[in-house]
Design a protein around this ligand. Structure first.
Ligand code: COA
Length: 239
């Protein structure tokens, strides 16, 4: 199949609440590489297997729109920290996250670093855990909120921090408490006024589902436009 190469317009975020249907899952598997199919087989829980398969399927479908390759032939390889690279291509940049029925992928051009994360909005985080990843200022801000809002704000803060660490490619090898946010006009801003930090942009993305989605992007020339869409799987069921 002949596909054309192009680049994303800014940062494109796709959100997919994938089906739990096994037949669909088997169809998505056909787009995965042999390594990915082997990895899928190692998951102990069906839920985790489904989430992994859906994530890689969505990622391959999206990337195939930017590199002239069908989804199953896209060469992805993890670096030593688990971050995926698109073999033979510097662009587009991309990041993948999945949580509890939602897969989200960000694809961009013109960013030095890009990270996305999602978490269920109602996930319960114990006070001690919140304290372990928050700075004093972040804790003070959370403490000033009403209880229900505080719980959600704590999830949002975690998601922002994880998106930043994924953008850096280190993940949770780095202590999330070292990534500190303040809020300016309702927008999260990474603390520290260095030129480098000013190139970072963080956003909470409306997911249309019971999930918090956070984006982190470090770009030389300002934040590109962000577009969000709900992915619809239009592939045909296999017979
Ligand atoms: C990155 C990390 C925070 C993801 O956590 P998670 O909540 O389990 O998963 P998410 O849904 O948020 O993201 C999963 C995706 O993140 C990406 N990812 C994995 N490691 C990454 C890293 N170091 N940096 C950026 N992205 C990474 C992968 O695309 C992964 O998708 P996959 O499961 O299909 O491979 C976690 O895996 C981590 O901290 N990894 C680094 C620590 C490490 O070295 N682990 C050993 C793996 S080699």
């Amino acid at each position: 199949m002949q596909l054309s190469e192009n680049q994303p317009a800014g940062i494109e975020i796709s959100l997919w609440q994938y089906s739990r249907n096994e037949r669909d899952r088997n169809r998505w598997m056909q787009s995965l590489s042999p390594d990915e199919r082997d990895r899928a087989a190692t998951y102990r829980f069906e839920r985790d297997r489904a989430s992994f398969i859906a994530g890689r399927y969505l990622l391959r479908r999206l990337l195939s729109g930017y590199v002239a390759t069908v989804p199953s032939k896209i060469a992805l390889s993890p670096d030593e920290y688990g971050r995926l690279r698109l073999e033979g291509h510097d662009t587009p940049q991309f990041s993948l996250a999945n949580a509890d029925g939602l897969v989200t992928v960000a694809v961009a051009s013109g960013c030095d670093h890009l990270g996305i994360d999602c978490e269920p909005i109602d996930v319960e985080i114990e006070e001690a855990a919140v304290a372990s990843y928050c700075s004093v200022g972040e804790r003070r801000r959370l403490a000033a909120l009403p209880a229900r809002e505080r719980a959600r704000a704590a999830v949002a803060l975690w998601t922002l921090k994880e998106s930043h660490l994924k953008a850096l490619g280190v993940g949770l090898r780095e202590d999330p408490s070292n990534v500190v946010f303040s809020w300016k006009d309702g927008i999260p801003v990474i603390a520290g006024g260095s030129d480098h930090n000013r190139r970072w942009h963080h956003r909470l993305i409306e997911s249309g589902s019971q999930h918090v989605v956070a984006l982190a992007a470090c770009c030389q020339s300002g934040l590109p436009g962000i577009s969000t869409r709900l992915f619809q799987d239009d592939s045909m069921p296999s017979e």
